[in-house]
Design a protein around this ligand. Structure first.
Ligand SMILES: NC(=O)C1=CN([C@@H]2O[C@H](COP(=O)(O)OP(=O)(O)OC[C@H]3O[C@@H](n4cnc5c(N)ncnc54)[C@H](OP(=O)(O)O)[C@@H]3O)[C@@H](O)[C@H]2O)C=CC1
Ligand SMILES: O=C(O)[C@@H]1CCC=N1
Length: 270
């Protein structure tokens, strides 16, 4: 399967890195990316072909991944139109609805909307996928094969829920990185050296996530097991509750979901 990325920025890097790491042939991967530095990085890191513009040769592929910003998509898609045949087009753009993308692509209907996340770079991503009814089983399998190379996948039956996937897992790594930053900052404030603060914060996050993944019990039970009555964890959780940490996280995810819908509506007016 030959794959061409339109856009070679952060997320294309994560996906291409994951694909090459999983043994996808670099010779079968290309990227159209207008920034020379990004092209040089992709070529050096993964040995893939890159194009500065929408060269006809770039679209001689089976699957196209649309990986530019949602606000750049309409303009970026225009030069693609004359080269669209039966390629499966997989969008990773937040908010952008397939009805609008199809309109910009001259009515092309072999479209899959996906939402991966940056841990794809190390094969630990999770991706929600939604396909138009015109995409046959082989097309769905092709999209799934690409995204499964970089982590786990789940099909979403209702496109409206793709904004919610974006809010939970697409943006999710940022919430976890913020948590790591906060834990590290606290460790520094308590007097640890930077490398010790990093080790304590990252290994704790990693270990707790692995334990939650491997345990049959819900996260709430695992949390209770750390929390001795009258102990240190109880003191921390009470203070975090007083600061509105849990409510803040839930409200933040809901704001991300609303922003996805808002983006979709704005883009649909184009
Ligand atoms: N970052 C993330 O964690 C995730 C992002 N996404 C989605 O992935 C998409 C890409 O995001 P991200 O990788 O962060 O964005 P980036 O800005 O890092 O990457 C997009 C790249 O495409 C280039 N570009 C834009 N228009 C064209 C064009 N017409 N031809 C060639 N290259 C072009 C941009 O150049 P320039 O800088 O000059 O504009 C930029 O280098 C977005 O739609 C986003 O919603 C999905 C899941 C997670
Ligand atoms: O922030 C964004 O809009 C993109 C989508 C999910 C992660 N990053």
């Amino acid at each position: 399967m030959k794959i061409t990325f339109l856009g070679g920025g952060n997320m294309a890097n994560a996906l291409i890195g994951g694909l090459v790491g999983k043994g996808f042939a670099a010779a079968d991967i290309a990227a159209v990316e207008r920034e020379p530095d990004n092209r040089a990085k992709l070529e050096a890191a993964y040995g893939i072909r890159t194009y500065a513009g929408p060269d006809a040769e770039a679209w001689n592929c089976d699957l196209i991944v649309l990986a530019v910003k949602p606000q750049q998509m309409k303009e970026a898609c225009a030069p693609l139109l004359p080269h669209l045949r039966q390629q499966l087009v997989v969008s990773i753009a937040a908010g952008l609805r397939l009805a609008d993308l199809s309109r910009w692509l001259g009515g092309h209907r072999r479209l899959v909307r996906t939402m991966p996340n940056t841990p794809a770079l190390i094969g630990a991503g999770v991706t929600g996928l939604y396909a138009l009814p015109e995409v046959d089983a082989a097309g769905r399998a092709a999209a799934e094969r690409v995204l499964q190379a970089v982590g786990s996948t789940l099909w979403i039956a209702d496109e409206a829920l793709m904004d919610s996937v974006t809010a939970v897992s697409g943006s999710g790594p940022a919430y976890v990185f913020l948590f790591i930053e906060a834990l590290q900052q606290a460790a520094l404030d308590l007097g640890f050296a930077p490398e010790q603060a990093r080790q304590l914060a990252i290994e704790t996050t990693l270990g707790a996530a692995k334990l939650a993944a491997q345990s049959a019990e819900p996260a709430s039970v695992l949390r209770e097991r750390v929390t001795s009555k009258g102990g240190t964890t109880a003191a921390a959780l009470a203070k975090m509750d007083e600061c509105g940490v849990l409510a803040g996280i839930v409200a933040g995810v809901i704001a991300a979901d609303a922003r996805g819908r808002e983006l979709g509506e704005l883009l649909g007016k184009d």
